[in-house]
Every structure is written in C-alpha cells, then in structure tokens.
Design a protein around this ligand. Structure first.
Ligand SMILES: Nc1ncnc2c1ncn2[C@@H]1O[C@H](COP(=O)(O)OP(=O)(O)OP(=O)(O)O)[C@@H](O)[C@H]1O
Ligand SMILES: [Mg+2]
Length: 321
C-alpha cells in the first residue's frame, strides 16, 4: 500500500531579499513499512519537505507547485479540519528542534496524556495510563520520567520522550527529523534499534531524516539524496549505497568512514551549497562536481526514472565506472 506520494513538489520561503527555493520539483513514494532515509547536507531542504508533508510550514512559506498524497488524500486540497483530525494520530513527526516542543512548566506525563486526550478522549483513565506506560517502555525510558519536568531530563531522555510522544496515538506513519543527531553513539544506536522494532512489530512506516549516511545504512530500506532543494537520487538502500549513480551520493559516501574501501582516505566535498536566493543555470551540483562537463553548467539534467530508482545527472556512464 502507498502511504505517501510526493509529486513534483516545490516549496519556497518569501524573504525581503527574495525567495528561497527550499524544495524544488521533488517526487518520490513511500510504501507501507518502508523506512525512507532522506540525506543531504545542512540547508538542502530536508526539514522543509517534512514540514510540507505535515502541513506545518511557517507563514512565510508556500507551496509553489506539486502535490502531496498522504494515505491517498491530496493534503494540499483537503480541509484543515481533516488534517487536524489525523495529524498526531494517524501520522506524526519528531521535530529536529524538539527540545523546544515541550512545555517547561508541565510534567512529561501530563503532556503525553494531553496528546492522548485530544485525539482519543473516549479512552478510560486506566487505558490512558496503560498506553503511556507502554510508550515509555517502547523507547526504553523509566516510568519515573512521567512525573518529571522537561529540565530534569538528559538530552537523550528528552529525545526518547519526544519519540514516545510522537507514537502515543499509534500512528501508522512517522517522520523522524534528525531525531538522533544530538545524541551520543550508544544512545543513538539504542533508538535506531527501537525504531527498527516498531517497524517490525507494529508495521510502522517512517521517513528518517539525517545528514549522516551511516545512520541511513543502519535503519532504512530506501534512500532519498537531497542537494540544494533537489532530489539527486532515490532508490533502495542497496542500490544507492553500493551502486551510487549520482556524483553527490558518491561524494557523500566518500566523506563517511563506514563506506571507504580498505586504505581509502576520507575525502570531504569541496565548496558549499549555492546561495538559495539566487537562481542558477544548469545542474545545481555542477560547481562542486568532479565529473561536471560543459553541458552541466548549461542545462539542468532531467530526472531519469527506472523501476522506482531515480537520478538526475548527465554523466551517469562516467560516474558508474
Ligand atoms: N523559516 C524560514 N524562512 C526562510 N528560509 C528558510 C526557513 N527555514 C528554512 N529556510 C531555508 O530553506 C533552505 C532549506 O532549509 P531546511 O531547514 O529545510 O534544510 P535542512 O536540509 O533541514 O538542513 P539541516 O540539515 O541543517 O536541518 C535553507 O536555505 C534555509 O535557509
Ligand atoms: Mg533540518
């Protein structure tokens, strides 16, 4: 079953100086039980895409074009009441800056209970208590956390709390936006294991946003690689990690110790993302691409799509050598 279809989506932010092209013409699909990783360096539009899917964009952002079908419904067209009914229940998100999402003056338990009460007011007090305790166990948190205030928790505990909160209404689909980035590797590993269990045991479908391609390799079955608002490559984990087609994906892999061949040295990607306020000609990655030819600076490559795998590059035969 298809859970999400993003079709030629573009999202822009209006600023005094001009418009930021944060997401440009992005298309991909997420099927039931997929865990799709979205990877790309800071500023590539990952969070904007996630906020767009959740219909939670700030007021200076707008959908320039495209469609988002979530559970078969075009969320850019359905009334806000319907979105409010389903958001946080049928689907939810763990925010990148989730530390700020909890109220500092209320106990964790009361805040989680409120999320349950809003969406499932018919549950008995007993049932609510059971669900809250189950959610805490799911993310490996002691029950005493329910009685604590946010400032009494460590960063890792807070992050787990946010994951518990996002799961409290048994959603079918969750977007994790850098949910483990601020954590030490041990805690990060534990959370990834917990998410894996949720997918296996509860049939969860997820998008996992991170700039760490190592995290993607551990948890995802599909990968979307974003650069400067554009989708550079999309495919199964094995295809993208072991047979990358796009020079940017290759460069990302070469800059991570987990994907180097024996004896190979880590190689950073020279240069920086282009100014998102400026329009450009040709392929947006060309100025940093070691395979770029004249044509890459002249024209934008069309997306090539074969059996669910997508890539936008003129030099595929060179890159895959
Ligand atoms: N509220 C906003 N107003 C204007 N521009 C914004 C806003 N939020 C994000 N942007 C811009 O949109 C582009 C994409 O940002 P976004 O936060 O989606 O990137 P990201 O891939 O999530 O980055 P990171 O890895 O740092 O979280 C960037 O150029 C950013 O500066
Ligand atoms: Mg982000």
């Amino acid at each position: 079953m298809k859970i999400l279809k993003v079709d030629k989506l573009s999202i822009r932010y209006k600023l005094k100086e001009g418009e930021v092209q944060a997401v440009e013409n992005v298309s991909f699909e997420v099927n039931e039980r997929d865990v799709v990783g979205i990877v790309g360096e800071s500023g590539s539009g990952k969070s904007t895409l996630a906020y767009g899917i959740m219909k939670l964009l700030p007021s200076n952002a707008y959908f320039k074009n495209g469609r988002i079908y979530l559970f078969g419904k075009d969320i850019l067209k359905i009334p806000l009441e319907e979105i409010r009914k389903n958001r946080w229940k049928k689907y939810s998100m763990v925010f990148q800056k989730s530390m700020n999402a909890l109220s500092p003056v209320h106990r964790i338990g009361d805040q989680i209970k409120e999320a349950l009460t809003i969406h499932q007011p018919y549950l008995s007090q007993d049932e609510m208590k059971k669900r809250m305790e189950r959610a805490m166990r799911m993310v490996n948190l002691p029950l005493r956390v329910l009685k604590a205030y946010p400032h009494e928790l460590s960063g890792g505990m807070m992050q787990r709390t946010m994951i518990a909160l996002s799961l409290i209404n048994d959603p079918k689909f969750v977007i994790f936006d850098e949910a483990t980035t601020a954590l030490d590797v041990v805690t990060q590993g534990q959370i990834l294991d917990e998410v894996k269990k949720l997918v296996e045991n509860l049939g969860l479908t997820a998008i996992f946003i991170t700039h760490d391609i190592g995290v993607i390799a551990e948890i995802c079955n599909k990968v979307a690689v974003m650069y400067a608002g554009k989708l550079m490559e999309f495919g199964s984990l094995k295809e993208v990690i072991y047979h990358p087609l796009h020079p940017y994906t290759k460069a990302l892999l070469k800059s991570h110790p987990d994907f180097l061949k024996p004896g190979e040295e880590i190689k950073g990607i020279r240069g920086a993302l282009p100014d998102p306020l400026k329009s450009f000609r040709g392929c947006v990655f060309a100025p940093r691409c070691e395979f770029a030819s004249e044509m890459c600076f002249e024209r934008e490559p069309e997306e090539i799509s074969v059996e669910g795998r997508k890539v936008s590059c003129f030099n595929l035969s060179e890159v895959s050598k």
